[in-house]
Design a protein around this ligand. Sequence first.
Ligand code: HEC
Ligand code: HEC
Ligand code: HEC
Ligand code: HEC
Length: 504
Amino acid sequence: MSVLDLSSKPLLTTACATSLVLLAVLSFTKSEASKPAPPAVIASKTIQTPIAASVPVVDLPPWSALVIGPARGKLEPCGCSGGQLGGIDRLSSMLGFAAPPDGHQAVRIAAGGVVAEDARAHRSWAKAQLETLWQSFGMMSMDMIGLAESDLVLMDEMAGVKVLLGDVPVVATNLLIEGTKLSAPNSAGETPFFQRSYQPPGGPQYFSFVPKAAKAQSTLGSGEDAKTIQWGAVDAVQALKTLQVAGIFDPSTPSVVLFEGTDADRDALGAFLGESGTLLRVNDEYEASHALELADGQSGSAELGTRLRYVVRLDSRDTGLTYHLNTVTEDVPGDEVLASMRGLYRMMLEVYGARDSFADSKGQAPLGGFVGSDACASCHQDAFEIWQESLHYVAMEALADDLRDGSPATNDPNCVYCHSVGFGYTSGYGSSSLTDELRWASLDGLAGVGCESCHGPGGQHAMTGAAEHIERSGEHTCLECHDSENDPTFHFGRKWPDIEHNNQ
Ligand code: HEC
Ligand code: HEC
Ligand code: HEC
Ligand code: HEC
């Protein structure tokens, strides 16, 4: 299987970069042949749900579905500490390992929700996420993709992106879009790009909902590049009722529903669908739930978890419905072909200039802005020396050394913001207020985790030395970066002594 040849990178001039990238992407094929051997241990849990017994007997053969949750821009775990979960290549292998034991085909569903919150306002960055993830879904032989709210940012460009998916249906039951080329309804009153439902032969019906918003708009990009799309989403139960009238939704057939929303939305949908329904929630919950939650007379519901960390398998058998949660751990060997998508993603970030588009995007920082750790040295010599001995000082090097197919993690805004000072602010790392040579260099005291990563912008304080112009910091600051994803075993009491610099 040939992967991208990065030696041809200099050919990617600005003008033709995008189409070249897409060409390269399209030359990938699905890789059923190169399945790696299963790991010795796969974390997997099976729960026999009591819901099963009371599901009305319908004329459907047993069915299985493998469902993955929203990626939220994460093709790979950050690699920050041991024990990382997730990653597109390991997820792809897991889809193979998590297949039903009796060997019959499972329908593969991606819940959607691929664009990260931070990327929504940055067209190129969001585009790189959407393109690489949707392309990956095609390579992973997904049968259906649900459309979630975060995907709507690039509504107008999705038609092009959908070419990458071929015939894989994108399902959004309750979405109405105005003023885009995707919006012209066909004779059935549907927008041609989206399907209302998906039903494999002999399987349950699948639906997906965008959170209800009578009239909402997504703005893409900023400044001259900005473009606004109007869209609306009707209430999920209302949408199902409409589909029932149109003969698309059949309440007597089991259905699997993907939705983003509140507990109240879940309860309303659950009551409407009744016990033959299964609700899978596509919210921002980092962890997936370990069982389908049940309430009398309602559909079972579960959270899918974000960032490609879980594969949920649903099976219907004579005994009823079972729910398996498969965790994508480090023990799962990565699928080689999908691993190359991580390199491609970084390359697209570079080509699209995603990092540069994020720099400056947050405007001015308060308290005189960021000035870099060098500006603190003269008055806090001891603190400065302790800091220079710490790994925080070299945190940007850790990103520069992290290469994926030749493209360093320093291109990914999603990595840079935790490994630098004030990224996104006019005076912060990467700011255009510095000269170009200095812009991305470590010399300006803004690369790496600096004094102001923990104490906030110190421009004014560095002039006055006044305590009220600077934050004291504490455990809460550490947890902004040493969070459950990047450093799950972080303990302030154990780590602070390594960098302690009180009263200095
Ligand atoms: C011109 C000298 C000077 C510079 C430059 C300077 N500081 Fe200070 N800093 C002081 C003085 C003096 C105090 C003690 C203020 C007090 O206790 O009233 C202080 C106190 C602090 C405190 C404790 C605040 C508190 O609430 O007790 C922090 C944190 C701090 N500085 C961080 C920084 C950082 C970060 C920088 C660089 C951006 C910096 N300082 C630059 C003089 C300076
Ligand atoms: C939310 C903050 C955050 C984000 C986002 C983040 N990191 Fe980190 N990174 C950390 C922290 C905290 C550590 C230190 C972890 C530890 O001590 O175990 C770290 C450490 C690292 C290290 C050093 C590991 C070592 O063994 O020395 C690398 C490499 C790294 N990160 C790469 C990345 C990449 C690549 C990304 C983007 C995909 C990323 N980081 C995004 C917070 C973050
Ligand atoms: C990783 C986060 C972090 C970094 C980086 C960091 N500090 Fe601190 N700093 C803290 C914390 C936490 C405290 C303790 C605050 C407390 O005890 O109330 C502290 C305390 C201080 C104090 C003493 C405040 C007091 O009177 O107790 C000063 C001064 C200070 N830092 C300056 C600096 C300077 C200058 C740098 C860069 C050379 C720096 N810090 C880098 C987190 C950090
Ligand atoms: C802006 C993000 C950020 C903040 C805030 C932050 N760290 Fe870190 N920290 C990192 C990164 C990134 C690394 C990894 C650097 C590397 O390995 O190159 C790291 C590494 C460390 C390390 C060395 C590696 C290890 O696990 O032993 C210690 C200790 C540490 N941090 C303690 C703290 C403490 C204590 C605080 C709060 C006072 C804190 N950090 C706040 C980003 C942060």
